[in-house]
Design a protein. Structure first.
Ligand code: GTP
Ligand code: MG
Length: 200
């Protein structure tokens, strides 16, 4: 898919405030600092569309971006950031949960996983929660430029083994670096193919 345009569309605190359109939508989520905003910017060839920062917890709303005038990306708050207050964390939890359970336009959830880390409990819990609620997901391993080729392959193979302990089938998997622009074509092709068969 060629990106002709990408623009910020709306920030919402609640799912009922999300854009009232029937465009197909793809959500990006993961632990704080996993590289969501960087991945989104890299996907749509835009340096600063989604705000990136080295301070975790920057994205605190449901942010909609409109791409090529015919589909949406949503950038969701990172989960598992310890320094936000407990009340706020529960708020994020409810906001995220409502979004996933109620957003009809949602096609796939892209769960971002830091390729450098051992499988994290919070990621596995979230992936399993999506699975139990029959919300289609794909996995995106991020920041692979920070690993050697061998270490990258070992970590991803290990992750797959852990997931196969829970699920019979693995979701689609993308291996990416926002920095090196790796894996972007694959993700965009996946979205393009799904948009072709999408029926509101
Ligand atoms: P929150 O919105 O705070 O939850 O974070 P986020 O998941 O949106 O992460 P963000 O894109 O802001 O990136 C966090 C840090 O990781 C930044 O310092 C990025 O420059 C860095 N980063 C993101 N992607 C990559 C990558 O592919 N390679 C490398 N080397 N660094 C990356
Ligand atoms: Mg962000």
């Amino acid at each position: 898919m060629i990106i002709h345009s990408a623009e910020f569309f709306k920030s919402s605190e609640k799912v009922i405030q999300c854009p009232d359109t029937l465009l197909p939508e793809y959500a990006f989520i993961g632990r704080s600092n996993v590289g969501k905003s960087s991945l989104i910017n890299s996907l749509v060839n835009h340096k600063n569309l989604a705000k990136t920062s080295s301070t975790p917890g920057k994205t605190q709303l449901i942010n909609h971006f409109l791409v090529n005038q015919n589909w949406h990306i949503t950038d969701l708050p990172g989960y598992g950031y310890a320094k936000v207050s407990k009340a706020k964390k529960e708020g994020f939890g409810k906001m995220i949960e409502d979004y996933f359970l109620q957003r009809q336009q949602l096609q796939y959830t892209f769960v971002l996983i830091d390729s450098r880390l051992e499988p994290q409990k919070i990621d596995l819990e979230f992936i399993n929660w999506l699975g139990e609620n029959q919300i289609p997901l794909v996995l995106v391993f991020t920041k692979t430029d920070k690993l050697s080729r061998l270490k990258k392959e070992q970590n991803i193979a290990h992750y797959k083994t852990i997931l196969l302990g829970y699920w019979e089938e693995l979701p689609p998997i993308f291996i990416t670096s926002a920095e090196k622009k790796e894996g972007m074509t694959e993700i965009l092709d996946f979205i393009e193919n799904n948009n072709l068969i999408y029926q509101p």
